[in-house]
Write a protein that binds this ligand. Sequence first.
Ligand SMILES: [Zn+2]
Length: 344
Amino acid sequence: MRNLYKPRRSQPEAVFPGKCTRPAKRAAFFSVVFALALGVFSGCGKEGSASAAAFGSARSGEKLKVTAANFPAFDLARAVAGERIELLMLLPPGAESHSFEPSPKDIVSIRNSDVFIYTGGESDAWAEKILETSASGAKRVITLMSLVDAVEEEIVPGMEEEAGEEEGPAYDEHVWTSPRNAKVIALFLAQTFSELDPPGAGEYAQRAAAYAKELDELDAEFTSAVKAGRRKTFVFGDRFPFRYFADAYGLAYFAAFPGCSTETECSAATLAFLIDKVKAEKIPVVFHIELSNEKIADALCEATGAKKLLLHACHNISRDDFQKGLGYLDFMRMNLANVKEALR
Ligand SMILES: [Zn+2]
């Protein structure tokens, strides 16, 4: 069962066989969900959320409580709302986003939120499960994938499909990697916050307009960078979570694995294929993504003399970068410089 994405949740029993879940943790997770449904917990749980504490059920002040499952949702909400909302990111900075499992405290936070935002793909099948129980009390639930045109994950020549995948491609969940999609999402979040917090409508609108303008500028810069580039192909010695980005700017790509693969080491045949591509097309840069072991990119660069550079997909950011307050725009601007170098 791979096609977990759906604009409306309609198949309660079908959400769990996501490839990122593990049986033992899954069983423990089920018991947490059902205990919550029975009201067993009152806010205990492991540390790890990006915020200091889980949301309690008591209303503190007038701030909207917004829980974001991962970094893109967190950062776009922060961009349009600033300090006006109480914002929590469940995924700890630096953690692997595809294998996240919520703690009991996280589930309490979701239940006590006004708004809960998650991507809606395979990686957060756990969120679907929570929402199917009475454990969720969020007034609004937003999936990023339902706000834009989601496309299926693509297997391009040379790319390794994950073992055990028999039901065809899943919808690609990395919708935020296109700045155009990020704009649509940001504007929708601002609209939602305005509806739930009407006195803040002016502030949300102003912030959203300013942020949208920055995204438009970024989009224009990517468009002209690709136009000015000598080539239209980029190569990843890594997973490839940039389908929406590549589609937006008309780029072709070669990569070791699709976007959400859990594989980190590729076969000799995959490596040989990518080495041949880099050599044949004289590709100057091989990309790796954030929080990667970079092994395949290293091997490719060693074999071809290409330069290794980061293209940050913003699944998550390091603790250091989180503390510096860096966000999507910062990483995409760094990406712009690296894309220019790669398309030379
Ligand atoms: Zn991913």
